[in-house]
Design a protein around this ligand. Sequence first.
Ligand code: HMG
Ligand code: MG
Length: 305
Amino acid sequence: MPERVRITDVSPRDGLQNEPMREDGSPIPTADKAELVRALERTGVDEIEITSFVSPEWVPQLGDAAELCTMLAGTKPAGMTFSALVPNSKGLDHLLQANQDAGERLIDKASVFTAASETFSRKNTNADIAETLTRFKPVIARAHEEGLTTRGYISCVIACPFEGIILPEAVADVARRLLELGVDEIDLGDTIGAGVTETTAAMLAAVLDVVPADRLVLHLHDTFGRAAECVRAALDMGLRSFDGSVAGLGGCPYASTDANRAPGNLATESLVRIILDQGFTTGVDLESLAKAADIAAGITGRIKP
Ligand code: HMG
Ligand code: MG
């Protein structure tokens, strides 16, 4: 039997957070975001990162997280996980309130996020790495008390748009500190798509010294078309959980520089094909995934990769 690989689609969060506001200053309509999530529900992905409970001043495009959750109440298929980003206790309060308003545990997982680069951490969350970890401590404890699982993202695991190359040891150090806080899984973000086989393998080797493979997720942006080789390297090293974004939408607004807009995520359609080509299986239906990608492209007016 081929081994099964877990797929998380992050397009409603990572895909949409970097989308510009409409000409009249309004965000993408909440109903369109709900339509995208509903389409992803039909694909059989294991997890959908539906939104984030961050400051609307920082990410105006996702300021409608509460309304989106109300629209999605009662739609989550059995066995599927919904997750959302939370940067601090206030974010977790809002997530728990959204679940209460939905009348169910709509969101099963709270995902905190930090970085292996001090500069990126400050630009993204107004806090250095140590401060982000201090913020997470009560968030992770309370999420667990409320019956949620937790993910801890580490951004810039290969390179930072501001600091350049990031050493594998720096990534492993943050991973170890996140594990000490009790996160259930650690998601390694190549935020600007800088990785190739060798650098990804070196980073993973360092992290695997402190975190078992079954608690790791890889989150790739596909700037230079090298994400496929990084997925293959990670599969070879025992990783079995990956993030993608339908239609390749995505990018962190705080990873953009004056010269370069933050690049899109690895398209979930491509990710699933790479995994199947390597002899693994997923729970994803490719036809439904293509339909979800069409919806994502339609909502954002982008051309599919
Ligand atoms: P801050 O300005 O330092 O926050 O931002 P503060 O604690 O000083 O509070 C300022 C105001 O924000 C207060 O309101 C707070 O209540 C409010 P006021 O009293 O002035 O009216 N506030 C909030 N409101 C709603 N929800 C909250 C919240 N927290 C405070 N959760 C903060 C610090 C962390 C909040 C801010 O920097 C932030 O929201 N950053 C998020 C940036 C972001 O979402 N980036 C993209 C996601 S990460 C990513 O894309 C990478 C990833 O994909 C992996 C990869 O690719 O590498 C995950
Ligand atoms: Mg990302």
